[in-house]
Design a protein around this ligand. Structure first.
Ligand code: ARG
Length: 570
């Protein structure tokens, strides 16, 4: 609708100019005032004229009436004044032609706002902590992060996806101790990350009884920091095993990263930043630790060095941001984590500002709400976690069973079961606004009824099957719109680009999910109420097939943006 809105606002601005030359309102200002009425009985686009009262020194009712008087422009079928609103009814065939030509011209780029060209966005997401379970709590950062990446890429930004692995810290001292005491090579080689997690958990249990274990762990981590060869080799092995496991999950989601530089990478990059803080007089000693006081900004101090001189989470984030700015010269650096880390990001963003880095305002933290399972908080200790790989396996099993029953001869069934099963989980997760806490209920996540992933994937497959049966389409043929469902569908398909912009501006993949549901419902209404293949009039049939084609393109493009795979058949 963006272009149609532009045409209309230009026409309105011209009118206003002739009504009152001193008003000084340009088309862009008018465009910003346009609204989509909640009910199409009030037009397809409307201008609430109270927004003009002040500049035009007139009542909304009068302004609306003046605008409506003899208003005409190509996109508009009719326009009328009602209760201070200027309501515009668009010409359905004009809109349909616009849609078809754009879809034909742009294809996989249809809906893409060209706003990112020449700009780079760095996205830090997923970033699990090595040797800790990769569970449902990580689903948010992984799929929101990847979706934001896809959205930015779609808009023309160059994107760098970074998996900032939690691959450094005292947990490795613990793991090394635990491995030497209770583990061995075969155990880990065969059992992978699960065995590492078991060792880690066992360490905590034993350390409760035997606190000296903690000292041992610290000593081993210290040796690791000092570059002890044996410890380094173990550490690298633990990281590799974990990464191989994560990669299986990423593959299922269709996710790839450009960089896996984790926390360990920044070890030798921190001293320079710490020195800079010291030189600038920003650092203070507090009970032996080095901090940056942020009281003035209403925040607790940002911890830079522990009493023993070792670095902390914020120290590493500061060094990493400096490195990324130097390496990628980003226009925006996005960090996706749970809202529990919001203060951490506010604090170190402030420190970066105080350090005089003029790019501090390009750092963006994108938080999301917490996940609970069946109403209970996640807890690794009590076992109230669901591993992502188990969750995906359950979802795929369920889809496979349904498909075996309903469509036993389908070819490529395994791939489709995987796409639909995982799509169901992702769709469920991304449906609500990101800040909303999620209570994960397995039956709901894997339900196929109502507004779910399988429903929209099924709708996509339906558009494919209509097109397959419909045969050749004449893309230059006349466009004839006869039914309300057709016009509604055209309108919905035309708003895709606006939704993409909204999703980018608000960092909200859920905007795309809701849009996908709108398209699916408009298409299904059209499909049920308008005969497509059996339409008697050739022009009507051709138009309807073109519409099905536009649906396939739009749904397909939108799926790409939210980690949902396209399924031509189900
Ligand atoms: N590894 C951290 C965690 O699991 C998340 C890292 C987020 N990114 C960052 N640059 N701090 O909590």
């Amino acid at each position: 609708m963006i272009e149609i809105k532009k045409i209309i606002s230009a026409a309105i601005a011209e009118r206003i100019q002739s009504m009152n030359a001193a008003a000084g309102l340009d088309a862009a200002a008018v465009e910003a005032m346009l609204e989509y009425p909640p009910d199409d009985k009030m037009g397809d686009i409307a201008l609430p004229c109270f927004k003009l009262s002040r500049v035009l020194r007139s009542s909304p009712v009068k302004i609306a009436a003046d605008l409506a008087e003899g208003f005409s422009t190509p996109a508009v079928a009719r326009a009328e004044a009602l209760n201070g609103y200027f309501n515009i009814y668009l010409d359905a065939e004009y809109m349909a032609r616009k849609l078809m030509s754009e879809v034909a011209e742009k294809g996989e780029r249809y809906g893409a706002p060209e706003i990112g060209e020449g700009k780079t966005v760095v996205l830090d997401y997923s970033s699990p902590n090595v040797a800790k379970p990769f569970h449902i709590g990580h689903l948010g950062t992984t799929v929101i992060g990847h979706s934001l990446r896809k959205l930015h890429e779609f808009a023309g930004y160059k994107c760098v996806g970074i998996n900032y692995l939690g691959d450094w810290g005292t947990q490795f001292g613990k793991l090394i101790v635990a491995y030497r005491m209770w583990g061995n090579k075969e155990l880990i080689e065969n059992g992978g990350i699960d065995k590492l997690v078991e060792l880690y958990v066992k360490f905590h249990e034993e350390a409760e009884k035997e606190p000296t274990l903690n000292e041992k762990a610290r000593a081993e981590f210290h040796k690791l920091e000092e570059g002890d060869e044996e410890n380094i080799a173990l550490w690298r092995w633990f990281v590799d095993i974990s990464l191989a496991e994560y990669q299986k999950t990423y593959k299922q989601l269709g996710i790839e990263f450009d960089s896996y530089k984790g926390e360990s990478f920044y070890t030798d990059k921190m001293p320079a930043q710490v020195q800079k803080l010291r030189d600038m007089g920003l650092m203070k000693i507090d009970d032996g630790a080095s901090i940056v006081d942020l009281e003035e900004y209403g925040m607790p101090p940002c911890l830079i060095l522990k009493r023993d001189g070792s670095t902390l989470y914020p120290t590493r984030d500061i060094a990493a941001a400096v490195y990324r700015k130097q390496t990628y010269d980003f226009d925006k650096a996005i960090y996706v984590t749970s809202a529990g880390q919001s203060l951490h990001f506010k604090q170190w963003f402030k420190v970066v500002e105080l350090m005089g880095y003029d790019w501090h305002d390009k750092l963006v933290h994108v938080p999301y709400g917490t996940v609970s399972i069946n109403g209970e908080k996640l807890a690794t200790r009590t076992g109230n976690v669901i591993l992502l790989k188990d969750l995906f396996a359950l979802a795929v099993d369920k889809v496979r069973a349904i498909m075996e029953e309903k469509n036993p001869d389908l070819r490529g069934r395994e791939d489709i079961a995987e796409a639909v099963g995982i799509g169901a989980v992702v769709f469920y997760y991304l449906s609500g606004s990101r800040m909303k806490d999620i209570n994960f209920v397995m039956e709901e996540a894997l339900s196929f009824d109502g507004n779910t992933g399988p429903y929209v994937q099924y709708t996509y497959a339906r558009s494919c099957s209509v097109l397959e049966k419909g045969g050749e389409i004449d893309l230059d043929g006349d466009i004839v719109i006869t039914a309300k469902e057709e016009k509604d569908l055209v309108k919905t398909l035309l708003t895709f680009e606006e939704k993409v912009r909204e999703a980018i501006d608000t960092y909200e993949p859920s905007v795309i999910i809701r849009y996908i549901l709108d398209v699916a419902s408009a298409f299904n209404r059209f499909y049920h109420n308008c005969t497509i293949l059996g339409a008697e009039d050739e022009k009507v049939k051709n138009t309807r097939l073109m519409l099905a084609g536009a649906v396939k393109t739009v749904l397909g493009n939108a799926f790409e943006l939210v980690c949902i795979k396209k399924t031509e058949k189900i």
